[in-house]
Design a protein around this ligand. Sequence first.
Ligand SMILES: Nc1nc2c(c(=O)[nH]1)N[C@H]1C(S)=C(S)[C@@H](COP(=O)(O)OP(=O)(O)OC[C@H]3O[C@@H](n4cnc5c(=O)[nH]c(N)nc54)[C@H](O)[C@@H]3O)O[C@H]1N2
Ligand SMILES: Nc1nc2c(c(=O)[nH]1)N[C@H]1C(S)=C(S)[C@@H](COP(=O)(O)OP(=O)(O)OC[C@H]3O[C@@H](n4cnc5c(=O)[nH]c(N)nc54)[C@H](O)[C@@H]3O)O[C@H]1N2
Ligand code: SF4
Ligand SMILES: [Mo]
Length: 773
Amino acid sequence: MDDRTTPDPYPDLEVGPSKEWAVGAPGILHAMEPALARMGLSRTARLALAINQKDGFDCMSCAWPDPSHRNRLEFCENGMKATTWEATPVTVPREFWAEHSLTSLLDRSEYWLGQQGRLTEPVHKRAGSDHYEPVSWPEAFRIIADRLNGLETPDRAAFYTSGRTSNEAAFLYQLFVRAFGTNNLPDCSNMCHESTGTALTATIGIGKSTVHYDDFAKADLVIVMGQNPGTNHPRMLTALEEAKRHGGRVVSVNVLPEAGLIRYKNPQKVRGLLGRGTPIADRFLQIRSGGDMALLQAVSKRVLDAEDAAPGTVLDHDFLDRHADGLEAFRAHLAELDEAAVLAATGLATEEIDALAEEYLAADRVIITWAMGLTQHRKAVPTIREIVNLLLLRGNIGKPGAGASPIRGHSNVQGDRTMGIWERMPERFLAALEAEFDFPVPRAHGADALQTVHGLQDGAIDVFVAMGGNFVAAISDTDAAEAAMRGAKLTVQVSTKLNRSHVVTGEEALILPTLGRTEIDLQDGRPQFVSVEDSVCAVHASHGAIPPVADGLRSEVAIVCGLAEATLGERHGIPWAEFEHDYDRIRERIARVVPGFESFNEDVRREGGFVLPNGPRDERRFDTPSGRAIITVNELEHLERPPGRLILQTLRSHDQFNTTIYSLDDRYRGIRKGRDVVFVHPDDLAELGLEDGQRVDVVSEWPGEPDRRLPNQRLVAYPTARGCAAAYYPEANVLVPLASAAEVSNTPVSKAVIVRLEAVGADGTDAGTAAGR
Ligand SMILES: Nc1nc2c(c(=O)[nH]1)N[C@H]1C(S)=C(S)[C@@H](COP(=O)(O)OP(=O)(O)OC[C@H]3O[C@@H](n4cnc5c(=O)[nH]c(N)nc54)[C@H](O)[C@@H]3O)O[C@H]1N2
Ligand SMILES: Nc1nc2c(c(=O)[nH]1)N[C@H]1C(S)=C(S)[C@@H](COP(=O)(O)OP(=O)(O)OC[C@H]3O[C@@H](n4cnc5c(=O)[nH]c(N)nc54)[C@H](O)[C@@H]3O)O[C@H]1N2
Ligand code: SF4
Ligand SMILES: [Mo]
């Protein structure tokens, strides 16, 4: 049995008070300690001096951008954790595979698997075997090529990508997949900001942020919605601090009072290290889960009411006349807005909404940022369209200090999309690819992440290849996803370290170990560099800084080229060997296919890189069918909480990166040495007849389906919004129904799972609360 389901997996769990401040000296020290212990001073120093520096490597953790004026140390605590996790000198020894059967590895947690160190040689699990065995690179490529070429149609294979893959590797990977003949390119973005891309492309013509890094310092108001920057984008706090120094205000809209937004100690400033830090959020709206669409509509209505009261003075008429459609329908729709429904949906008081509207009206330049608290809801797409509506009313797109700014997850998830990693790339891109490489590029849309699970379930997909990531742990409904993966004929993982997706395999499986971003990538004796695109569309180079942890590791580029050569041979005449030996040759091709990269090889060598063109940001140009931005009408519908149930969000602790668990602590939330907790408001606990410290099964309900269960969690009384609960991803993924997906974007609804809590007796048996039984 997996230790997610053992009765008491974390016997040392400690729960203390949550913290009000984030980062500062304790943070950086916290991150450096294990690094120093494991890697020694010289390796640690070499890494610390290279992260996010001009000639160094791009931090592989989140997609937060770098400022143009860089400090000597330009990283945060969590960047250091990610770096040392990758750059550890610990490696998985050859004997490991003989000693550990796959069945025995199923009992191991993600934390344990990650602790085994870096993967160093390709391994192969034959059909029917319970062990991986070392295999040579050519043999590994030959096996995969044989299986791919033996498929009835190329659509029987799916090729997943996680967001650390460089632009160069991503471009070649999608080229290989499309030359092989399919658009089955699911990616982590399907589970992440897909709702953002869907909403923004339809309304403003581009699925990306419309701000520059420097805009944060120029903003009068930054509204941070559904995002926990103190943990997930720590250096964003520096940008928010700067905004405040210039007189800007910051509002947080969140279900939880997250530490970093309350008070921040900047590790780069002596003042920050010693002092009490800067209070970041001037205002905190503690919203109910899924209430954001109602809040945004209510604020827009107040803006329109203010305009009615003083015609011609509130809206940006010049902007609206020139650039936007749909104002009248929007106005008519909001005239009918039911304030009672808004209050029920948001859980906020009228005065709190009035106050936010006043903040918005008082500001000439407004940025709205958001992340998973908005994108992973059933109504995510219309909610993000409402962000656009609110911004458009006062021309807050395409001027300095203003804009819509989704904050991306993985360090190159945005770049991977730009390079063509998407199951539904637009015709423009596919036609350009076809013209450049002269083979018939498939046009039928491919499978996204959830469709890939269904494809595996139905037997429509036989081969699953993953360029990074940990698909079975990251996607919804772990049990169903794992069962589906076991039905595959072949699974292939290109990875740096072990995770659950290496253990839950198809009939036959391979692991191909890859270089990480910290490592020097030599091809023909010459160092190569790669490039990435951050959350605000800036592209820059990343150079490895330390020697690879083992001989024989290959770069992601080399692995794609090896796979492609073995699978496609001379087909299509694509010069894979040339690409592998000199990454400039790849960039030359990208330059001819992807707009904005025309002088890629020159631009990427400039200090700080270059910024991609962006119609709305640069010239208020909206690439929609009408050439204008679209104000949309969205029916307000909010999540009803059935009696006796809670709305559970699944989120990240401070010491994890997605499915990678660095430590069992979550210090801002007061949790140590364990992850089996569920956070619930004390009044809800009382109402449910439960108490802090008690153990419960968390049971998720979905109409017509059997219950899903996360057993034996410790209740933690916590100041979340009423009716809401929180538990850690990925453990809580067992609770997310596969059928629960956002409208249009098909993103799993990981932030709103309807659950009931069932008390567990001291002996670990079900003590049987009445609810739902
Ligand atoms: N250290 C670290 N950094 C990371 C990651 C990591 O795991 N660790 N992951 C990376 C990735 S891939 C991503 S996508 C980002 C994720 O970055 P975040 O989106 O910040 O990550 P989550 O932990 O999912 O936090 C969601 C936040 O939304 C709030 N929230 C939940 N539901 C609602 C709602 O209905 N309304 C509102 N207004 N708020 C809500 C939660 O309380 C929480 O603060 O971080 C990236 N950076
Ligand atoms: N319930 C719930 N589920 C969620 C979410 C949630 O909030 N709640 N969040 C969703 C989001 S936002 C995301 S982005 C997905 C994340 O889903 P994924 O991207 O699939 O997962 P990660 O945990 O980021 O992947 C970690 C693995 O990547 C590999 N890796 C690390 N670095 C490299 C590298 O440089 N190259 C290669 N090839 N491999 C590398 C390592 O083997 C590591 O184990 O999860 C989603 N799932
Ligand atoms: S903010 Fe993100 S990208 Fe920057 S150093 Fe921290 S983890 Fe790395
Ligand atoms: Mo993400």
